[in-house]
Design a protein around this ligand. Structure first.
Ligand SMILES: O=C1O[C@H](COP(=O)(O)O)[C@@H](O)[C@H](O)[C@H]1O
Length: 253
């Protein structure tokens, strides 16, 4: 198990090297949790993260991972149909889920027939059912659900999930899943995990690539003059936080 609050940071020369290491990290945690409790609860972001997971669908991982024990969730989702170009589900389906034998019943996508508010409520209700059926654990420390691994991306403005700089949702401390109708990044309507859920995770991998992200990485990890704490700097899980950075993203550290 990770040491409580441990923060690891690795800088890779290239995004290709990062992708190799991220697949190994994910596969090792999958192995650990499948052995320990017969299931692995994994939370995906949208955006560039899915491309960085591409090595998982290649040997050796495609054959060695116990895909049938995976339960897949979304950190945030855009309120669009599941076959829409903006859908984080579609991105993950095309890049990962359609290529591996994860059980369709273990893939927890947004109900895209609902409004943003209702979809967030529905997602939280489904998470509560999964706690009752012991698929999901609850953190003894926080009382929020404790996922095994959350795979986080980050935008150039330092947002994670659909939690944007300066937005009141950063302070949400009761709901597990909430909604936003004024996302500064399109599309405007989204649902998102809240910080208490993000920070109750056993493991978080924060995966950041590209020079456009370097300022926000500096805000979270370096000697930034900027006193405003960006959302990415609020990521602080109960368990381990592992930063996966490429050289460009780490260039201001
Ligand atoms: O809108 C979103 O953006 C972030 C970051 O995306 P990236 O393409 O800059 O990596 C992503 O993590 C989030 O899930 C998504 O909805």
């Amino acid at each position: 198990m990770a040491t409580k609050g441990e923060v690891k940071k690795e800088v890779f020369e290239s995004e290709e090297d990062l992708a190799v290491s991220l697949a190994k990290y994910t596969a090792q945690l999958s192995d650990k949790f499948c052995k320990e409790r017969g299931a692995f609860t994994v939370v995906l972001s949208g955006g560039s993260l899915i491309n960085s997971l591409r090595k998982l669908v290649e040997p050796p991982y495609i054959d060695s991972i116990e895909w049938s024990k995976w339960h897949v969730f979304w950190l945030d989702e855009r309120v669009v149909p599941k076959d829409h170009e903006d859908s984080n589900y579609k991105l993950a389906y095309d890049g990962l889920l359609s290529k591996v034998p994860i059980l369709p019943g273990n893939v927890y996508a947004i109900n895209d027939a609902l409004s943003a508010e209702a979809a967030a409520e529905d997602y939280e209700t489904r998470l509560r059912h999964l706690v009752k059926s012991n698929v999901l654990e609850i953190s003894a420390a926080s009382g929020f659900p404790k996922f095994d691994l959350q795979l986080l991306g980050m935008g150039p403005d330092g947002h994670v999930a659909s939690l944007f700089p300066g937005h009141p949702l950063l302070k949400e401390n009761k709901k597990w899943v909430t909604f936003i109708k004024d996302s500064p990044k399109p599309p405007p309507e989204r649902i998102t995990f809240t910080f208490p859920v993000i920070n109750s995770s056993a493991y978080i991998a924060l995966v950041v690539t590209g020079a456009a992200e370097a300022g926000a990485v500096q805000n979270a990890l370096g000697n930034s003059q900027n006193s405003e704490k960006l959302p990415v700097a609020m990521v602080s899980p109960e368990g381990e936080l592992a930063w996966f950075l490429d050289a460009a993203a780490a260039s201001k550290l």
